[in-house]
Design a protein around this ligand. Structure first.
Ligand code: CP3
Length: 349
């Protein structure tokens, strides 16, 4: 029997509260981190990023290392999330993608036809050295604090590629799915392999957990998700199966998809702020959960924020283990001191 591949550094974080919770063993203190904790809510991030485009920053190991560590130092969170973006593998594969401040990923030539997809499928990940170098530096610096690697799920990436940028309801992507199912399948297969390779590279370089972001999956019906999306997310995740790292799957507005999102083969499901965690736990019993403070509460009075967080912690007890997080990302206007105070407050509960 061959043993699964393992990175020697994974052992260093095996007893970290985050990893124990991801494995379903409820630690004494609830671990906490914030989606988008590395970024514009931090003045030290804005200083470092001055004059550097987002995607250039993501491919600079020095910047990635420093930006990833900033929120860990400042807030004392239980995990670092790798500073990158879901479109970085597309960029590394040579797709003409950019991240426009205040807007998000923009694709110069949207993918709409069989010929567009065929051309895309010629592309492979060119060089992941900037990514693996940054992960190696980070895991060395972080010691027993886990680094979470991540990737965008095939559907969310397809939505950007087909729409050409952010969209309200992913109408063009959902149309392609039904109008040209073979073209859709080819596009999603290519994306699944790209995403899987990106995750695999991070884990093999030392990341202790891997999160798949299917941010826009909530716009799909359960039937469409199961038929046209879930098989490709499962295909991506197979590349990190057996590597001894827990996996997390998150989407926004996915209350109706939680069971299907778990079934693609992950250990933990991330829940947005719309679905109370006890309701999520009833939908997927026995599954550790991550979430789901409403980001809007970060700008509300402290008493309102802590009362809401206490409710989230109480509802999270319905799951075998709970990692506290936001129901989506940190808004750029957030006062970072609120996050620092909240981490300390959660650790005292
Ligand atoms: O702390 C972290 O979470 C680490 C890094 C991270 C970023 N993007 C950095 C970033 C992560 C995990 C992401 C994932 C990501 N990127 C997702 C999935 C999570 C989610 O929010 O649903 C998505 C959909 C994207 C695509 C994307 N990239 C959007 C929608 C935006 C915002 C555009 C804007 O300017 O408002 C980005 C840009 C981005 N990604 C920034 C950061 C720090 C801001 C860029 C900047 O600082 O100029």
């Amino acid at each position: 029997m061959t043993l699964p591949e393992q990175h020697p550094l994974h052992g260093r974080t095996a007893d970290a509260p985050l990893i124990r919770a991801y494995r379903g063993q409820r630690p004494a203190t609830t671990p906490v981190w914030f989606q988008r904790q590395a970024g514009r809510s931090l003045p030290e991030y804005r200083d470092l990023r001055t004059g550097t485009r987002m995607l250039d920053a993501c491919l600079d190991p020095d910047l990635v290392t420093e930006i990833t560590l900033q929120p860990v130092r400042r807030h004392g969170v239980d995990a670092a999330i790798f500073f990158s973006d879901i479109v970085v593998p597309l960029k590394v594969a040579g797709v003409d993608v950019d991240i426009v401040p205040g807007k998000g990923p923009v694709i110069e030539h949207p993918i709409r036809t069989a010929a567009d997809v065929a051309a895309l499928r010629e592309r492979t990940l060119d060089d992941l050295t900037p990514i693996t170098t940054a992960v190696q530096r980070l895991t060395a610096e972080l010691g027993s604090t886990p680094l979470i690697g991540f990737a965008g799920a095939p559907f969310t990436l397809a939505a950007y590629l087909v729409e050409g940028g952010p969209s309200k309801d992913q109408l063009a992507a959902r149309t392609l799915m039904h109008a040209q199912p073979e073209v859709w399948a080819d596009l999603m297969t290519w994306l699944a392999d790209l995403t899987g390779e990106f995750l695999h590279a991070q884990v093999m370089a030392g990341a202790s957990a891997a999160q798949l972001f299917d941010s826009w999956a909530g716009g799909l019906s359960l039937a469409d998700y199961q038929a046209h999306v879930a098989p490709y997310s499962a295909r991506a995740l197979r590349q990190v199966r057996g590597l001894d790292v827990p996996t997390v799957h998150f989407g926004v507005g996915t209350g109706h998809l939680l069971g299907a999102m778990h079934e693609v083969g992950v250990d933990v499901v991330g829940v947005d702020w719309r679905t109370p965690l006890d309701q999520a736990a009833a939908a997927i019993p026995g599954v550790p959960l991550q979430g789901n403070i409403d980001p809007a509460l970060l700008a509300a009075p402290w008493e309102a924020l802590t009362a809401h967080t206490a409710d989230v912690l109480a509802a999270g007890r319905a799951a075998p283990a709970h990692v506290l997080n936001l129901g989506h990302g940190v808004p750029p206007t957030t006062d970072p001191d609120v996050l620092t105070r909240l981490v300390a407050w959660v650790h005292q509960q």
